[in-house]
Design a protein around this ligand. Structure first.
Ligand SMILES: *Cc1c(COP(=O)(O)O)cnc(C)c1O
Length: 431
């Protein structure tokens, strides 16, 4: 499989090159030259296949010759070593819990897959120069990347996070690992962190000494394996014979775009719903055709505080770059924080379930669609465990008593982070 740049001004590359580079030299996102369609026999007998077998068959065409068959089987088995439960909350409404991985956010799957691929490529190339994964986080990405890359030989991870703007659990997840993981606490906002990372990628004094790569969802190894969540769900729900709808709480649109990839591979889906918070660039675009990002606003579903979603070009590419074609499979709605809190309350009181703010936004999008399509079966994605967002969740649903095992022990560990005041201090720490 070859990957081309969506800016069309860079050479095509193989999977391993796309993963190592992260972004194409013309600053475009890499995209597979064709989305493989799996044979009808795969979809017909999917209920007889294990998660590991499904994952191997789905990922193999994307990986091509870059990873040999037995190594790829080992990698997917290692990456998928936790559950992806579907919890039915009422008739025709279920939630897909994507928070059973080590950092309790759906980003674990992509981060672990990317880490293991990169580790494999470095070993195969017998590369002596280390790779530095440099990443800015507003909370969830950093933890998933830190855990995913922890102790992977040949890789250093440097994470920038905004001081005081991530939750306590998120901060501990970033700052307590040590070894090859370095956390830098930035006096500033997420945008400041992001700007410093971008500057470092263009800074020859740094890039002449370190090989840098990025680990956010622009990287194909982080983006593509997310299609597996949808395929595992289809496997479970196929037998009820209903039209399937997915509602995805969306920020950078990597997750929902991966779901659409699964659909293009042959998986039947009636509709994808992108549920967003007050950062509503995409709902406005779908209405008017005008792509006009506004200033990002802070919300209680802060992992989705994105006003210029980087993966939306990939969404459009999957649908012939046509808003019209896209609208046949894609609906999008925006919800403010008050609506999100009301949804968390309703889910708790009426359905006896605790959703995090992101999942609650997904629930709202799903309910809106099902009003018009009462016979469809809808699944909203729970993208993080509610304990990661306690300051938003507890005032609505009361104290959460059952702490998951991933949190136990974490809070007592010692935080190790260096403070970064400006770009020069980042530069010094990268030398
Ligand atoms: C990252 C994240 C999202 C947004 O996912 P995208 O792929 O960027 O659209 C939603 N919810 C949570 C909890 C996240 O961490």
């Amino acid at each position: 499989m070859k990957y081309y740049s969506l800016n069309h001004k860079a050479p095509e590359v193989t999977f391993d090159e796309a993963v190592i580079k992260g972004i194409a030299p013309d600053k475009g996102l890499y995209f597979p030259e064709n989305v493989p369609v799996l044979p009808a026999s795969f979809w017909d007998r999917i209920e007889t296949l294990s998660h590991n077998e499904i994952a191997y068959q789905v990922m193999q065409p994307f990986v091509g010759d870059s990873i040999d068959a037995s190594s790829l089987r080992e990698i997917v088995a290692d990456v998928l070593s936790f559950d992806f439960p579907i919890v039915e909350l009422e008739e025709n409404v279920a939630t897909l819990e994507l928070f059973h991985g080590p950092t309790m956010a759906f980003k674990d799957v992509g981060a672990r897959f990317m880490a293991r691929c990169l580790g494999y490529f470095l070993e195969k190339r017998e590369q002596t120069q280390e790779i530095t994964v440099l990443v800015a986080t507003s909370g969830d990405t950093g933890g998933a990347v830190a855990r995913g890359f922890y102790k992977v030989p040949g890789i250093q991870v440097v994470i920038l996070y905004p001081s005081g703007k991530v939750s306590d659990i998120q901060e501990k997840q970033l700052t307590t690992l040590g070894e090859n993981i370095t956390a830098l606490e930035v006096d500033g906002t997420f945008d400041d962190c992001q700007a410093m990372v971008k500057r470092a990628f263009l800074d020859q004094e740094i890039t002449s000494k370190r090989q840098l790569t990025s680990a956010n969802s622009i990287n194909v190894a982080r983006w593509l394996p997310q299609c597996l969540y949808y395929i595992f769900t289809y496997k479970e729900l196929k037998k009820n014979g209903k039209e399937l709808v997915f509602s995805v709480p969306s920020g950078n649109f990597g997750n929902i775009c991966a779901g659409m990839v699964a659909h293009h591979m042959g998986m039947p889906v009636q509709q994808f719903i992108a549920a967003v918070n007050s950062n509503n660039t995409i709902p406005r675009f779908m209405q008017s055709g005008d792509y006009a990002p506004a200033q990002t606003v802070a919300t209680i579903s802060n992992a989705m505080d994105v006003s210029d979603p980087s993966n939306f070009v990939r969404v459009l590419q999957l649908f012939e770059n046509s808003r019209n074609t896209l609208s046949r499979k894609f609906t999008t709605h925006s919800y403010c924080d008050n609506a999100t809190r009301a949804a968390m309350k309703e889910i708790h009181e009426r359905l006896d379930y605790i959703a995090d703010p992101h999942g609650a936004v997904g629930y709202l999008g799903l309910k809106e669609y099902l009003k018009e399509h009462p016979d469809s079966y809808g699944v909203f994605l729970e993208t993080a465990h509610p304990v990661k967002f306690l300051p938003a969740v507890e005032p609505v649903v009361g104290k959460i008593m059952d702490l998951p095992e991933q949190v136990m022990g974490l809070m007592d560990r010692e935080k190790i982070a260096s403070r970064i005041l400006d770009y020069e201090s980042l530069k010094n720490s990268l030398k």
